[in-house]
Design a protein around this ligand. Structure first.
Ligand code: GLU
Length: 444
């Protein structure tokens, strides 16, 4: 058995019933194969892979809360503190019915390498609950957040673990979580990022993942003699990542023609009106189908995915596994030249292969959605210094960070004779930084 096979067996044995986590480990270990080949004996001796696939700490807890009718509900909350070699654990909280240990182990493992790519001092973590905020009142969401934090606060802190938002956790939830944290600890500190500007937030944090995605996409396109200017772009999702990816793509001269939610997608050939999407999703918290009421010339496709629409660039910004092989075939047939992931692992393994075999530039989320967590790290440093940097200042630094990620990813792929394979490049670049640091810190 090769070292990688041994480690994969071990991950399956120690984490039964966690297919998403098994797959994430397999994908990373496969992508870094050239590095492992060169260092196999050395890594085996220090049990490096065995250590890197084992979360440092993982917590699960009961979250009881009462709904508006007076009924009691019990959810399960989690925080996976995967790797602290580079800094305090850092990563979002996801509130979604699909959340379980497997999904969070996968996301926390990925986060470790993503955070390494940002060049900031942040380790990898992820958390959340199998709570569905859809259709819940503000009071119900607040009750849930307060109960969730009543347990989580024991395990987090500004130098220990700094959660933020993710799917189902936006500004409203972060406010309730922060309020309860402050009440329990008596500390007004930067333990959570993505805060409102009124209590320690950073400019650009809301926009960061979407903007960063577009900055990196533009770097990749430019390196291949192309640009977003004049390009037709399809975006999936209509949350934070999708909205601000679309906003930045428009600013760069592209025309974004789709957005979606889990019920269907909107096709607006004249260009998506972002003020309408923001009103539906950020103010009214309604379904994307409402868009056609405001813009009757647009089309709503119930139960369909936006990948059937012809485009130059596709930006999957919704959720894992939303872009499968049959979708990839449609995109290639429609002339798509680049795909960059805004969500975490939205593209299935066979779809990625299909893109790469058909000459489509493909950038994995680990690199292309790192802008959000990068600005979270800038929020942490502003909180420590008790300063507020300007929008322009943070935005310029975000752009630099995304450019640096692009250069790291490209160079790492070239170092191992995989030029153009950015899945390989992103994984190798992230892995190298984590591994170097872990080795310097001894057998921990
Ligand atoms: N949820 C985002 C991510 O997965 C942001 C995490 C953060 O800001 O800590 O990268």
């Amino acid at each position: 058995m090769t070292y990688v096979e041994e480690v994969l067996e071990r991950v399956k044995r120690n984490n039964p019933g966690e297919p998403e986590f098994h797959l994430a480990v397999k994908e990373v270990l496969q992508a870094i194969e050239p590095v492992l080949k060169a260092h196999e004996a050395e890594y085996r001796k220090i049990r490096l892979l065995e250590r890197i696939v084992e979360p440092e700490r993982s917590i699960s807890f009961r979250v009881p809360w009462v709904d508006d009718k007076g009924d009691l509900h019990i959810n399960r909350g989690y925080r996976i503190q995967f790797n602290s070699a580079l800094g305090p654990y850092k990563g979002g909280l996801r509130f979604h019915p699909s959340v379980n240990r497997s999904i969070l182990n996968f996301l926390a493992f990925e986060q470790t390498f993503k955070n390494a790519l940002t060049g900031q001092s942040i380790g990898g973590g992820k958390g959340g609950a199998n709570f569905d905020p859809k259709g819940k009142s503000d009071r119900e969401v607040m009750a849930f957040c307060q109960s969730f934090m009543s347990e989580l606060f024991k395990y987090i802190g500004p130098n220990e673990d700094v959660p933020a938002g993710d799917i189902g956790v936006g500004g409203r939830e972060i406010g309730y979580l922060f309020g309860q944290y402050k009440r329990l600890t008596n500390q007004y500190e930067g333990t959570i990022t993505g805060k409102s500007m009124r209590f320690g937030g950073s400019f650009v944090r809301t926009e960061a993942t979407g903007y960063g995605l577009v900055y990196l996409t533009e770097e990749m396109l430019n390196a291949h003699g192309r640009s977003l200017a004049g390009a037709t772009v399809t975006v999936s999702g209509s949350g934070n990542v999708a909205i601000y990816a679309a906003e930045k793509a428009f600013q760069m001269g592209a025309r974004v023609v789709t957005v979606s939610d889990s019920d269907g997608f909107i096709y607006d050939p004249d260009g998506i009106k972002l003020e309408v999407v923001k009103d539906i999703k950020e103010v009214r918290r309604a379904r994307i189908s409402e868009y056609v009421k405001a813009v009757p010339t647009a089309q709503y496709h119930e139960g369909k995915k936006s990948w059937e629409i012809k485009c130059d660039v596709a930006l999957p910004c919704a959720i894992q596994n939303e872009l499968a092989l049959e979708d990839a075939k449609k995109l290639v047939a429609g002339g798509c030249i680049a795909v960059a992931e805004g969500a975490n692992m939205p593209t299935t393994e066979d779809a990625i292969k299909y893109f790469q075999q058909n000459g489509v530039l493909f950038m994995p989320g680990k690199a292309s959605n790192a802008g959000g967590v990068a600005v979270s790290a800038l929020e942490m440093s502003q909180n420590s210094m008790r300063i507020v940097r300007t929008f322009e200042d943070v935005d310029a630094q975000l752009r630099e960070i995304m450019k640096d990620i692009w250069l790291q990813v490209k160079a790492a792929a070239e170092d191992y004779e995989r030029a153009g394979d950015y899945v390989c490049g992103a994984n190798i670049a992230g892995f190298r930084r984590v591994v170097k640091t872990m080795r310097e810190q001894g057998y921990v």
